[in-house]
Design a protein around this ligand. Structure first.
Ligand SMILES: Nc1ncnc2c1ncn2[C@@H]1O[C@H](COP(=O)(O)OP(=O)(O)OP(=O)(O)O)[C@@H](O)[C@H]1O
Length: 970
């Protein structure tokens, strides 16, 4: 393992410097322990901008490229391996909280600490998991100022982009993705991992047309015997129990989100949408879903089971994977979860595996070992092992039983009688009773770490693990079992700081999330994370510290011991079940080379703005900055009341993921009563002028109060800016940027610059065709950085036209802007109209070199939307659109016989279907109408973009507006 380079250690104090590695590797991934990060050059002292062009990691030297995405946690950039040319996506997360203006020192430290833990956990989880439909991590580098997570580059585009521009998918296509999501979720849940942020935005499409789930930033480990209580995720995708601040085990909230995702896939919109946040909350809690008539009964039944508001009655992954809709057209059975075959653990534990269990805040190796030993030695665990064996023996045909106990465990991971060794798991997880599936987080992580070692050993020495298992060897340690005892409850062994379970649902449901709880959490957190040289993820090592001596390599011994402890891996069926042994741990990234003229996806102003206002970067939705609301406020409306309402109007952005700690902190800071139940939510999207009242959720009140306090006292920008907090900073940065001659793409956080400025300049060559009549309207509202531009107005106009055309948005010019209408083409074009893989679309010339990538359905395309649309039939007229809604045959004609509602089998009428089925024509709601205005920002002399929704779904509107902003390259 490599030591941090002397170069890195002796760099300017202004540059990112390598963080000394953990001393025993118990708190951090070993990749980061052995990697170093170097800055190509330091920034100028006194500035917070620094340019990083390379990363030195264990996996080699990487050249950082352009930005390809951005989220609340930071930017995602392309990087290319200097030696191999391999391309990865690097998620760059600034360490520490961004906005400290309103915080005490203690609050800042707490926020920093929490962020650090969550980031370490994300790195730890994605480092260990290995699944074809989960975006794999290649490496992670941690420096003083940043985390750099190197992910496989998923280059087929975003599912959201497709849905936004085209609407829904055919059920056949949705099923393929649904099975893949189910596969990935089942894998996670059986490994005690809950994602907690599943949403359309976090599903990317690989070049092969498969999904890749990203963003485990809010994930956590769960235990069947305790509860989580952190609110996580995007409101649109959040389970009702989360909105009620109830505790939850874990998988059930993912299943709800999965239900929303599935609905979006087949309907092109979210099931719960409202401009008013309280109304949206109410809708989600009611769980009343409108199902468009084009859905097959099976599909509707499955979604209804997933969107059951009672988590206890909600479908399990087992039910979902075996649902008739999921199986339709898949004679091979339910989806494979790709979980390796496993055996129950037995002592002694492998120290090499323990060493791999880093980043989870489990504590040092000896603590992990003793905790794990306690679990394995517990009567409960041994009883579970015994029970599983007996059950299996009863189910196993005599002939197969003679083949030995190994087959049993292969079968335990299988389900159907047809293929007992290789079929996907269809057995429900016996939460807490199944020794190999989600029994305990420590056990799950031990399996994952052991399997990672096995993978690494196989990659470095393919023959090393080829030793056959001894036939007849019984890997189980099955002692005489005493009478049943209470379940093992040492949840502290795995609890994450800040997410201490509260001991079950006997606690009050509407819980206080006030300062006392925070204190309690911090105390607990301190217990778990006391400053220790073995806990570097918690206590930031001094940059002058020497890097620790590398831990002794134990791969071989680890691999050897694995042979004793783990059964052989299952081979996979052909077709969609690639033999695991033949799969690389992470699919090799494809080399999608971008031309220099191509424009990366830009960070979005709302997210960035929020990041500045959040200690953890996972911004609570109630903190919608006024600037965001202003994005949606129509210019020219001088009425103060409506202005306020519009300012409070929902954030312009994709679903924002949050967690409850942000909210609690805010509530505490603002003196909200401790008795107030935490009601996390997105910012209000109400178009009405609603005074915050105590009837509203606390966060809604806070959001309103934010808006109230940020409203301009006068019409002047200066006074308005003064009360804005981050908005003011942005304005100041904007002015500074203008003085420097930069575009308005500045950030208050120390982060790497990239080619954005150059791209902006490159993009300015478009559009000299501004009509003389196109004039900006006078500013109303407040602006955030990424919605302003220093470009001349004719360039902005041309750019807007380019983007609207690209997105298939019909428009007409009005005074100061554009009136727009978008009706997604609901006829999935891939099967009928897409070119074959052999005839890829060549990216058309669009003047700006922009190219949008779409990849679906098993073939790869890098197609500009213009080219894509060129292959499409003309925009679907409304009548055709409406007609198609009533025709379920359309979706299923090529592969399935739709079952008429009247004749559908009983099995299709899923029991427990509790949601309302409204057979209404939803066609009209799919049409989005909005306006875009170009406004002049006084004083700083820039132009800004404002959006105003006229008609259509809020979710679609937000996503469309963000897509336009992203593509505008302001
Ligand atoms: N492996 C990848 N390959 C290609 N693009 C990626 C990859 N990972 C992330 N991206 C892009 O970067 C964006 C942000 O990534 P990600 O969701 O992980 O960040 P985040 O800050 O956690 O976001 P969020 O605010 O949604 O939580 C994604 O929406 C996607 O466009």
């Amino acid at each position: 393992m490599r030591q941090p380079s002397s170069h890195a250690r002796t760099q300017s104090r202004y540059a990112d410097q390598p963080t000394p590695a953990p001393t025993n590797g118990t708190q951090h991934t070993d990749t980061s322990r052995s990697t170093t990060a170097t800055s190509a050059h330091a920034s100028m002292p006194g500035t917070n901008l620094r340019r990083r062009t390379t990363i030195d990691a264990q996996t080699g030297h990487w050249d950082l490229g352009k930005t390809i995405g951005a989220g609340s946690m930071g930017k995602v950039k392309l990087a290319r391996n200097k030696e191999t040319g391999e391309q990865v996506a690097v998620k760059i997360i600034a360490k520490g909280s961004i906005d400290g203006e309103h915080r005490t020192q203690a609050e800042r430290e707490r926020a920093d600490h929490s962020k650090e833990i969550r980031t370490a956990r994300e790195a730890a989880i994605v480092t260990l998991v290995d699944h074809p439909y989960i975006c794999g991590m290649r490496d992670v580098v941690r420096t003083n100022y940043h985390w750099y997570m190197l992910f496989e580059h998923v280059d087929g585009g975003q599912m959201l982009d497709y849905i936004i521009s085209h609407g829904r998918l055919k059920e056949k296509q949705a099923r393929k993705f649904g099975r893949q999501i189910a596969s990935a979720l089942d894998y996670c849940h059986r490994n005690s991992i809950v994602h907690r942020d599943l949403k359309i935005e976090n599903i990317l499409i690989s070049s092969g047309g498969d999904i890749k789930i990203i963003d485990f930033g809010l994930s956590n480990l769960f235990s069947p015997k305790s509860y989580l209580k952190t609110f996580c995720g995007s409101l649109y995708f959040a389970a009702p129990e989360l909105l009620q601040a109830k505790q939850y085990t874990g998988p059930e909230v993912d299943i709800w989100s999965f239900g929303i995702v599935l609905y979006v896939l087949v309907c092109g919109k979210v099931p719960f949408d409202d401009q008013s946040m309280p109304q949206l909350h109410a809708k989600i809690k009611r769980g009343s879903v409108e199902y468009p008539p084009w859905l097959t009964p099976e599909c509707r039944g499955l979604i209804a089971r997933m969107l059951n508001t009672n988590p206890q009655e909600r479908a399990t992954m087992h039910e979902i994977m075996n649902h008739p809709w999921m199986m339709k057209g898949y004679p091979g059975g339910p989806p494979d979860n790709y979980l390796p075959a496993r055996k129950p653990l037995q002592l002694p534990l492998d120290p090499a595996v323990i060493d791999k269990m880093t980043g989870f805040d489990f504590g040092p190796a000896d603590v992990i070992t003793s905790q794990l030993t306690k679990v394995i030695d517990s009567d409960d665990y041994q009883r579970a092992v015994r029970t599983a064996e007996i059950r299996s023996a009863q189910q196993t045909p005599e002939l197969e039983r003679k083949r030995g106990v190994f087959d049993f465990y292969k079968r335990r991971n299988s389900t159907t009688s047809r293929d007992t060794l290789n079929t996907p798991s269809t057995e429900a997880i016996q939460l807490g009773n199944d020794p190999i599936n989600a029994y305990h987080p420590l056990i799950s992580v031990y399996y994952l770490a052991a399997e990672k070692i096995e993978r690494e050993a196989r990659e470095t020495n393919p023959g090393a693990l080829a030793m056959p298992q001894e036939p007849g060897e019984n890997p189980l340690k099955i002692p005489d079992l005493p009478a049943p005892e209470p379940a093992y409850t040492n949840s502290q062994a795995y609890e994450m700081a800040g997410e201490k379970p509260t001991g079950g649902r006997t606690r009050p449901r509407a819980r206080t999330h006030g300062e006392d709880e925070m204190q309690e959490r911090m105390q607990n957190l301190n217990v778990n994370t006391a400053p220790s040289p073995t806990n570097p993820a918690i206590v930031e090592p001094n940059v002058d510290q020497q890097a620790p001596a590398p831990a002794p390599t134990r791969k071989e011994s680890g691999a050897a011991s694995l042979l004793r402890r783990l059964s052989t891996r299952r081979s996979k069926e052909p077709a969609d079940r690639v033999p695991r042994s033949e799969r690389p741990s992470h699919p090799p990234p494809s080399l999608a080379v971008f031309s220099p003229a191509e424009t990366p996806r830009k960070s979005f102003s709302v997210r960035r703005t929020r990041e500045r206002d959040s200690s953890t970067s996972r911004q609570a939705p109630e903190a919608a900055p006024a600037a965001q609301g202003a994005l949606l406020s129509p210019p020219g409306t001088a009425d103060a009341t409506s202005e306020k309402a519009k300012t409070r109007t929902g954030a312009l952005g994709r679903s924002i993921s949050v967690n409850s700690s942000d909210m609690r902190r805010r509530l505490t800071r603002r003196g909200v009563s401790e008795g107030t139940s935490m009601r996390p939510q997105m910012m209000s999207t109400s178009s009405h002028d609603q005074k915050p009242s105590m009837d509203q959720p606390a966060n809604a009140r806070e959001a309103a109060s934010d808006v109230e306090s940020s409203r301009p006292q006068t019409g002047s920008v200066a006074s308005r800016a003064k009360s804005l907090g981050h908005g003011r900073r942005e304005s100041m940065q904007a002015r500074r940027a203008v003085r420097r001659g930069d575009t308005m793409r500045t950030s208050g956080v120390p982060e790497e610059t990239d080619q954005d400025v150059q791209d902006d300049m490159d993009g300015a060559n478009a559009g000299n065709t501004s009509p003389t009549g196109f004039k900006p309207v006078y500013l109303k509202g407040v602006f955030s950085v990424s919605t302003t531009s220093s470009k001349p107005i004719q360039y902005i106009r041309a750019d807007i036209i380019r983007v609207l055309s690209l997105l298939g948005v019909e428009y007409s010019e009005i005074k100061g802007g554009f009136r727009c209408r978008h009706a997604p083409s609901i006829k999935p074009p891939m099967d009928e109209t897409a070119p074959s893989a052999a005839q890829p679309l060549s990216p058309p010339h669009d003047g700006g070199g922009h190219r949008r990538k779409i990849s679906f359905g098993g073939f790869t395309r890098n197609a500009d939307r213009e080219a894509f649309r060129a292959q499409q039939p003309p925009p679907t007229p409304r009548t055709k659109l409406d007609r198609s809604y009533t025709n379920t045959d359309e979706d299923e004609s090529d592969d399935e016989q739709p079952t008429p509602t009247a004749a559908k089998p009983d099995s299709a009428r899923v029991a427990g279907e509790t949601s309302t089925h409204v057979q209404s024509d939803l066609g009209s709601s799919m049409v989005l109408k909005f306006e875009i205005f170009v406004v002049k920002v006084p004083l700083i002399g820039l132009h800004g973009i404002q959006f105003k929704k006229i008609d259509g779904g809020t979710w679609q509107y937000k996503n469309m507006a963000q897509t336009i902003l992203n593509d505008l390259r302001l």
